[in-house]
Design a protein around this ligand. Structure first.
Ligand SMILES: Nc1ncnc2c1ncn2[C@@H]1O[C@H](COP(=O)(O)OP(=O)(O)O)[C@@H](O)[C@H]1O
Ligand SMILES: O=C(O)C1=C[C@@H](OP(=O)(O)O)[C@@H](O)[C@H](O)C1
Ligand SMILES: [Mg+2]
Length: 166
């Protein structure tokens, strides 16, 4: 047994939002690894990056993913960079993974200029473009289903996922 779905994709693709919707529809818990990391650390992800650096965050993220994948009958959303870890990609090979795809323009609009995503500080559009290009093959590698989310409501995206994989 394992999670029902694991959602991957770049920041702003809607992983946390759509995972919550899917969990609600299925009547199962939603587990967001970023939320779990923040709860354990007692501080927001932006502070974890500032206080301890990205490498430290990636170690916490790896542990949070191992933890999440132990649970049955939950919907998991991970952070956009989770698939950078080869062990995580290997673990995801046996899971029902959905890659939420999004265009650069739409992702920029959705993430805005907030400080919540430390990797995007500075020129959000350039940072996002670089990381989307570099990570795209990794999202594709782990995905069982790819869903383009541009110009679609979270409800219609959840509908499509449940139609294909429900
Ligand atoms: N399909 C969508 N259409 C419009 N806005 C969306 C959609 N999905 C998510 N959002 C909004 O985009 C922002 C980022 O969503 P979030 O779920 O946090 O993405 P992720 O976890 O992939 O970074 C949130 O403000 C959310 O409400
Ligand atoms: O892309 C990344 O490396 C990150 C994405 C964030 O999650 P979302 O993809 O949910 O924004 C969060 O895990 C952290 O800021 C790092
Ligand atoms: Mg998220």
């Amino acid at each position: 047994m394992s999670p029902v779905f694991v959602l991957v994709g770049p920041p702003g693709s809607g992983k946390s939002t759509i995972a919550a919707k899917l969990a609600e529809r299925l009547g199962v818990p939603h587990h967001d690894t970023d939320t779990a990391i923040e709860a354990d650390a007692g501080k927001p992800i932006s502070d974890i990056f500032v206080d301890h650096g990205e490498e430290h965050f990636r170690r916490l993220e790896r542990a949070a993913i191992v933890d999440a994948l132990k649970d049955d009958q939950i919907v998991v959303s991970v952070g956009g960079g989770a698939i950078l870890d080869p062990d995580t990609r290997a673990d995801l090979a046996g899971q029902t993974v959905i890659f939420l795809d999004v265009s650069l323009g739409e992702a920029v609009k959705r993430v805005g200029l907030g400080v919540a995503r430390p990797l995007l500080l500075g020129n959000v559009r350039t940072q996002l473009r670089n990381l989307m290009e570099a990570r795209r093959p990794l999202y594709v590698e782990v995905a069982k289903l790819i869903v383009l989310t541009d110009n679609r409501t979270p409800d219609s995206i959840a509908d499509e996922i449940l139609e294909h994989l429900g």
